[in-house]
Design a protein around this ligand. Sequence first.
Ligand SMILES: [Zn+2]
Length: 133
Amino acid sequence: MSFEVTSLRGNGVVDHRLARRHLINEFRRGRLRQDQVCDAHPELIRAARNVGSPASLACPICTEQELRLVTYVFGPRLPSHGRCVSTAEELAKLNARPDELTAYVVEACTGCRWHHLLRVIPIGRVKPVRRSS
Ligand SMILES: [Zn+2]
């Protein structure tokens, strides 16, 4: 079971916030079991624990843990499982690349393994500066 972009729930959805709210509501109404919404990939949980930044928001499912945010960047010349970015500096470096990259910001709960994609941000695509000699 390898980690890839399809491991990020909400990928392909247009409005991530709406999809997130819908899922949480379905869980609260009892239409979804906890194991159906708390199924984060082990890699994601590991990243959330080790390099995730605090989201200052309690987990909507277990309400006990603070959510953590993890950013993955996918694109050419990056590992197929994405590059897990932990600092703003690293992200800025990737953003300065000419490649078309995509950053995925995911929230994850290390307590119950809830996870959801929050934002998909196109980065990179920086045109090389032409030097006039
Ligand atoms: Zn939780």
